[in-house]
Design a protein around this ligand. Sequence first.
Ligand code: 8YV
Length: 342
Amino acid sequence: MAEPRPRVWVSQPLFDDIVARLAAHFEVRAASAVAAYAPADIARALADADGALVTLNERIGADEIAGASRLRAIANVGVGYNNLDIDALSAAGVLATNTPDVLTETTADLGFALLMAAARRIGESERWLRAGRWRQWSFSTLLGADIHGSTLGILGMGRIGQAIARRGAHGFGMRVVYHNRRPLPGEAEAALGATWLEFERLLAEADHLVLVLPYSAATHHIVDAAALARMKPTATLVNIARGGIVDELALAEALAAGRLAAAGLDVFEGEPAVRPELLALDNVVLTPHIGSASLATRRAMVALAVDNLIAALGAGPHAGRPPSPVNADAVAETLGTRDRKR
Ligand code: 8YV
């Protein structure tokens, strides 16, 4: 008798024509409507699955995989994977994959859009116009801060940070300063025209600061009241990384008090909820986590996640070699230890 085909769970409706590629290799159970899952729903969905294709909305940790004895791979549709407990997955021998590179430029575009919208008060200007206030115009109405020729600060200089640096340095003649755990190699810094600074100096020198670092326990609220107090009162803060990096209450207070000029936020700590303190402010531009949301990029993310899942479950032309694994070494270690115990 033929071996039963591996089973995969697809947690949300993605692009049907791309997800259909899974059916050549697996028995597919795909959500037909957008769903908000409780942990028990996820545990149930994973209980008989060999693999899963999930989005950032699905939180998967030790409890969710406790009963998933067949589970071998989780393909995340996203470059960030703070929704996955990687240590728990690794200990269970489950490979996680993500979708880097394909979203870099699109997300950098959005970072720049938010920076410009916040600094030049685009959202506020539009609300002002729509409210019929143009007749109240004066020469000092809606004055913002310049982008060109200013100092662009970047916290987190990975792929997206570098794509933002290129836009700033080469497109807008900005001086680019950044902080990262490890400075870039000299040639990369020279190509970007970027200078590494200590975190505190970055805060103090940036006219516009863009946050593009991964979220973890170590970066939780790294931009807190003390960090905000170091920034220029004329500065703009943009967050396209994860909401939890910023203490949102401290940010709302700084914006309300005029201790920070403006902010552009695409991510929020309690997404999809947004703090009323932020919603009440005019000097913050708010978007609903659309960093990677161009049609071409979202399709490329799903295609990469599908490739990852097919390969991670040992099928297709790259069987066993998914393009973007997250925890391959740790999983190999777990599986090696298991084999030795047998
Ligand atoms: C999301 C993102 O994947 O890739 C990431 O880390 O934050 C986004 O691209 C996207 O918003 C879907 O949840």
